[in-house]
Design a protein around this ligand. Structure first.
Ligand SMILES: CSC[C@H]1O[C@@H](n2cnc3c(O)ncnc32)[C@H](O)[C@@H]1O
Ligand SMILES: [Zn+2]
Length: 443
């Protein structure tokens, strides 16, 4: 006789359950059970109600989906939100953001800015984010404390940055943090060479060797603008992606952020290397950087995920809104209304993000055995009625204010829109104080 299964810790009974895998499926009258932080049951409601469960939550009018994965951002830059708007990339970076970072970014800044970013992301349905910012150890501590999941990419540039006096120093710190956190259940350390125009061949080679040795991901801004490609052609005689290919960086662990410029040769390199592309449409629009041809990449078989980029170039960390922008923009860029339909857009914001971060066996879809990283969207409001296809409604007609509950590893981090582990009022007060200091109102 097989012993009866242990009771579920939690049984969720939503109106719609969208597993994302298999693609295009919407389950009605179904339940999802969680045990020990993992998805232990998905099945018809009638069956679910016969199971022993410590807690049962009816979720009427709600759609349960995998937590959103924000595949690119600079978390602590929340404290620079709105500091330098309406500028093109290099002017924005060189004349505004890098000077502000040199003046203000220290461990306290990263602590407070990362906490603010985590809170904003949890409230927006994001259960996992990728971060690429200074003082990565501090960011990893904030992720650990908050309960969210993250990939933390160690920033590497040829020049001194806050927290590291050289690329060698940054790489050394990265190796140490990788070792410290290699068994962490929610944190992965990656290497983040900033961009082709800020990292030499010599330092890129070092990153390749270390990432290969540790089996770590490489996360990098690539082909963000036409200017970047043109400069590289003028000074090096090759396109940045081709250079990365020549140096051996491309591969399934490579995450190319932006990719607004894609030649036929670039596409072949991405496909053959099985690299992922991280699309950040709102940052690309705001900095007038260009358009990533998502549908062309998708049809060629490239894994495309979505990211917000930092709050200084977006200016929010709203991945649901970003996904809507991505879906709309993809149609305009492809010249086809069928490009990036709502179901594929949701897949891009969940399972593709998980895959880009090397996490698809753990997260990104609601499947038995995966971590219980789940979000409940409330579709009962008037702006969502009537509902023919709840996924269409979610992508095209729903804002992040409809995020009602959220779990990471089965732990509830958002309950009825309230953060369970972070103090929202305190976070606001701290952010306001930083804003006053930075804009020169005090001190
Ligand atoms: C490598 S640490 C982060 C570094 O990148 C800067 N940054 C933020 N957004 C962008 C972007 O869209 N393109 C290039 N660089 C960006 C950030 O300010 C830090 O200096
Ligand atoms: Zn970025």
């Amino acid at each position: 006789m097989t012993p009866p299964a242990a009771p579920l810790d939690l049984l969720l009974l939503p109106t719609w359950l969208v597993p994302v895998e298999p693609a295009g499926v919407v389950l009605k009258e179904h339940g999802l059970g969680i045990r020990d932080g993992r998805i232990a049951f998905i099945g018809p409601r009638t069956h679910a109600l016969k199971l022993a469960a410590t807690e049962v939550r009816e979720l009427p009018g709600m759609l349960l989906s995998p937590g959103l994965v924000n595949a690119h951002g600079h978390a602590a830059m929340t404290l620079f939100r709105g500091l330098a708007d309406d500028l093109p990339l290099m002017n924005w970076l060189e004349n505004h953001i890098w000077p502000a970072e040199a003046k203000w970014v220290d461990e306290t800044f990263v602590r407070d800015g990362t906490d603010l970013a985590i809170a904003e992301q949890l409230k927006g349905g994001i259960t996992c984010f990728s971060d690429m910012y200074f003082f990565a150890k501090v960011a990893s501590e904030r992720v650990h404390n908050s309960g969210i999941r993250a990939q933390i990419a160690i920033p590497i540039l040829d020049f001194p940055i806050p927290g590291a006096s050289s690329a060698d120093e940054a790489i050394r710190q990265g190796i140490e943090l990788f070792g410290d956190l290699k068994h962490h259940p929610r944190i992965n350390i990656a290497f983040g060479p900033h961009a082709p125009y800020t990292v030499s061949d010599e330092n890129l080679e070092k990153v390749r060797v270390i990432a290969e040795e540790l089996d770590a991901a490489i996360h990098m801004h690539v082909h963000e603008t036409a200017f970047e490609v043109q400069q590289s052609l003028e000074h090096r005689g090759e396109r940045p992606l081709a250079r990365l290919g020549r140096l051996g960086l491309l591969g399934p662990r490579f995450q190319a952020v932006h990719m607004t410029q894609i030649s036929d040769e670039d596409l072949t390199l991405l496909v053959e290397s099985n690299s992922s592309v991280i699309h950040c449409p709102e940052s690309n629009l705001k900095l007038a950087s260009g358009f990533c041809p998502v549908e062309r990449l998708w049809q060629a078989g490239v894994n495309v995920a979505v990211g917000t980029d930092g709050a200084a170039s977006n200016n929010d960390l709203d991945l649901l809104g970003e996904t809507r922008t991505a879906a709309l923009l993809a149609k305009a860029v492809a010249g086809s209304a069928a490009a990036l339909d709502a179901h594929r857009a949701l897949r891009m914001a969940t399972l593709n993000g998980a895959r880009a971060l090397g996490q698809e066996s753990e997260i990104g879809s609601l499947e038995i055995g995966k971590a219980a990283d789940i979000v409940a969207f409330d579709l009962s409001g008037l702006a969502q009625q009537p509902i023919y296809d709840p996924v269409s409604q979610l992508i095209y007609a729903t804002g992040r204010d409809c995020v009602k509950h959220l779990w990471v590893d089965g732990k509830q981090l958002l309950d009825d829109r309230q953060l369970t582990r972070l103090d929202e009022q305190q976070l606001c007060a701290t952010a306001i104080a930083w804003g006053q200091r930075i804009s020169g109102h005090t001190e």
